[in-house]
Design a protein around this ligand. Sequence first.
Ligand code: FBP
Length: 605
Amino acid sequence: MEGKGAAGVKTKVVQTAGKHSPFEDASRGLPIPVCRIFLSDDGKIQPVDFKETDVKLECRDYTRTMQVFPRTMARNNCIVLEAVRSASPPDIEGKRVAVLFSGGPAAGGHNVLAGLKAVLGKKNSLFGIRKGPKGLIKGDLFEITESSVQEIINTGGFDFLGTDRTKIKSREQFEQVRETVVRNKLDGIIIVGGDDSNTNAAFIAEYLETEGIECSVIGIPKTIDGDMAVGSYLPISFGFDTATKVYSELVGNLAQDAASAVKYYHFVKLMGRTASKITLEVALQTKPCIALISEEIAEKNMSLDDIVDHIVKVITLRRLKGINHGVILVPEGLVEFIPEMRRLIKELNHVLAEYEADIRDLPTLKNKQEFIYPRLSAQSAQLMASLPEEIEEMLILDRDEHGNVKVSQIETEKLLIEKIRYKVSELKRHPHKYFGKGEGQIDATPEEIETIKGISLSTQSHFLGYEGRSAKPTAFDAAFTFLLGLTAGSLVLAGKTGYMAAITDFDKGGRILALPLAGLITSELRKGKEELVIEKSLVETTSPSFKIFEENRERWAEEDLFSNPGPIQHWGPTSRQLPIIVSLDQGYDDFLHFDLGEERKLTFD
Ligand code: FBP
């Protein structure tokens, strides 16, 4: 009997190896909510119509937008569209639509494909473009079948199509896109991506129209960073909910471990290239002793030393309360928001570009430092010299494909740890400098000073990013992405171009919108050159979510009030939870129950 049982397990392990874990098999069968307007009287999925609303997006630079997007502007004039249920949808057939993923993966991409397939139906064809925009340029397409969609529904990742970060910019690249569209007789291209990819979508839409080619170009808002959002019209991009729940589980576990082992400060850097939205959400979910928010740091013009002083002060005050452990959250994009670091990186980029060959030929790091220092301003040179050697090495040697410092790779958490260690040891060696009643000093009794002198700082550093991008989508992301697919497909069938699919009112059954891409574009200075791009949505320090964080963080710093949200629930009591920042900023009454329609089990056989 025993032998037989083991053999059964073995067979199951072998059979379920690779893509099909028992969990994935169970996930594929999970029902997905569908907004009422996508359902026919007999409950089948059908495309929606679109009508103009009275909302017109305000272009940041109207004249420039008119110059660059004349055809798109003449067509949609920045007016937001709203979906309406179609009483009798026209029987459209023979349309050929292609879809690509662009940029970093985000949970739910496969459900976008499922939504597109469902709304296009059997009479139209859906093509997948392999490896992102590069595949669009090369014309690397394949037809997506119903059985393949059935396999990937509710699974995480972008692996079915692949992705890349190619930006379509040159005349030649646009011509290659045109060639792909014409050769494959495409009626629509769906670009699933963040701000840069949706900017690309706006330019491709304008270009194809200028060339007299009738092909809809529609964007879908994706990025775990949450910065592809448009106020109340698009509260968040897909992937944010899943990623932040993965990170919150891990941070919650670390907080629990810190309180158990009572000896470590865990410094956790969280992904989010620019915006600190991920950090803010994880902070609200887990209540760490410190969470740095880059946007606030820039607003308050805080220096690296100010940040270090703040952290040391919290560690000291906690020590006085007998707490010698905690979790400190650091957003990935922090360094670019610290004014002096920003200046240093700018100057370094300039020197590295101008003297690229000279610096490359210098044999040692020391030689390179000696060459670079005199070419920086005195302030930047001083700052650079104060950085730990590994960070300095990274700044000089690690460059991106444009030759610039790889800011997102800077180990900010380690930089802070080094500086804090130094500061704590200084404080122990020269207490009179730091304690007393003077400005900026810590008011402490002689006994308290002795306690503080006993601080032994044990730290652990972590970087959470890739762990959250390709996880199985949460119930919210699974529904959100399926609906975005239904919306984008409907826009193509309605012959619309130059829009981004959007959904709002997550608490009231969902409201389906189409946002004119040109109306979201602003001009930004990137690497010294003016570029037209969709504006990123950052943390606003006046927002309700930031205010709640601000009101509570002192208590979280002084006591051990962490909360552990636990693993994502895909079904069960907390499976319908929305991101806290979305619920607060949109003024929802409840963050535990999103409502995006009636649940349906999807089959594509
Ligand atoms: P997208 O904006 O393309 O969605 O990517 C976001 C992100 O996950 C950032 O948070 C992170 O800085 C970056 O991707 C990492 O990218 P890469 O995959 O190139 O390492």
